[in-house]
Design a protein around this ligand. Structure first.
Ligand SMILES: Cc1cc2nc3c(=O)[nH]c(=O)nc-3n(C[C@H](O)[C@H](O)[C@H](O)COP(=O)(O)OP(=O)(O)OC[C@H]3O[C@@H](n4cnc5c(N)ncnc54)[C@H](O)[C@@H]3O)c2cc1C
Length: 292
């Protein structure tokens, strides 16, 4: 099917892009187009205008810097709105600072899609079947957005409103995402089950643990494809049965890809496995140094 007709604008400055979005209630941002273009082609989206941000300057960065977005605390990875998944994956500095980026990104789609799709676009597209929204939520990252009214930082806990729905206003552009670095004594892990490598996961699980003196002081687990929005469960007090604790908070659903019962089974199998990997990672990196 062909898309419904729309106007197309490729602004050269952020100000011009923001003014266009503010002036057109039905306008949509086009970044990598790897999610939006299929929706247009199927006429599941019919914007009045596409504001293509690919010519905007200074948004292709993947950098590691001290100071979290908004609160000024901690080191982390800053990813500009035009950085492709492949750019993030190729940044040795970024993936050393936060290894969960590479662990999860290597499961995002196929290389051709990662060459074009942006990590920030994936976040604001807010698909609970996508890896990076859950990773941002698990790590307590944030997204900086701009509009003609100014800039604000949206913490991950406030970013995901519902299925494919973020809390960005229609006239806001996400300009940068911030993923906190892995802290001392911390470890991460990720595993997913998909029909083929690169397909959306039937279930994906990531874990983030903090340890002190080899003992786990905090453990959280995040889930892909088991809910309408990315869900993170604190299992610090349930290390002997983390899957039981997770399933008490999750309501896996049936769809054409898997039954709810099969998803629950995958949660049961993957959760303790991934948690054990993250604890091992924390102990290994504590012993060998962060670059290990
Ligand atoms: C065959 C296929 C398989 C895929 N498999 C996976 C997978 O396994 N895991 C996965 O996570 N993803 C997968 N994807 C999606 C891919 O990761 C997309 O690139 C990503 O979800 C969206 O990024 P984009 O830059 O392409 O955004 P676009 O398609 O350009 O935009 C997506 C949405 O976000 C909005 N948007 C984008 N950027 C901004 C911005 N800076 N500010 C405000 N709004 C913005 C757009 O208006 C639109 O509503 C797959 C895609 C395809 C086609």
């Amino acid at each position: 099917m062909k898309p419904a007709p729309f106007a197309y604008l490729r602004p050269a400055t952020l100000e011009e892009a923001l003014a266009a979005l503010a002036g057109q209630q039905g306008a949509k941002v086009l970044a990598g187009g790897q999610s939006l273009v299929p929706l247009l082609s199927m006429r599941l989206a019919a914007p009045s205008m596409l504001v293509d941000i690919n010519a905007l300057p200074d948004l292709g960065h993947v950098t590691v810097s001290p100071g979290g977005a908004g609160d000024g605390a901690g080191e982390g990875v800053r990813i500009g709105a035009l950085a492709r998944h492949a750019d993030v994956l190729a940044s040795a500095e970024a993936t050393a600072s936060q290894p969960l980026l590479a662990m999860a990104l290597s499961h995002v789609a196929h290389p051709t899609i990662r060459n074009r799709g942006t990590t920030v676009g994936s976040l604001v597209h807010a698909d609970a079947a996508a890896e990076m929204p859950m990773v941002l939520r698990l790590l307590d990252g944030s997204v900086d957005v701009a509009s003609v009214r100014g800039r604000r930082t949206i913490p991950a806990a406030e970013l995901f409103a519902g299925p494919l729905e973020s809390t960005l206003a229609h006239d806001e552009i996400a300009v940068e995402a911030f993923f906190p670095a892995l802290g001392p004594g911390a470890g991460v892990a990720f595993q997913e089950i998909a029909r083929r490598h690169g397909d959306y996961a039937l279930v994906g699980v990531a874990a983030h643990v903090e340890t002190a003196g080899g003992e786990v002081t905090r453990a959280r687990v995040g889930f892909v494809s088991v809910s309408d929005v990315p869900v993170v469960v604190d299992v610090t007090d349930a290390l002997d049965d983390p899957a039981g604790a997770a399933l008490a908070e999750l309501e896996p659903a049936d769809d054409i890809h898997a039954t709810a019962a099969y998803r629950a089974h995958l949660v049961k199998v993957l959760t303790p496995r991934v948690l054990a990997d993250a604890i091992h990672h924390a102990r290994q990196t504590t012993t060998q140094g962060r670059s290990a």
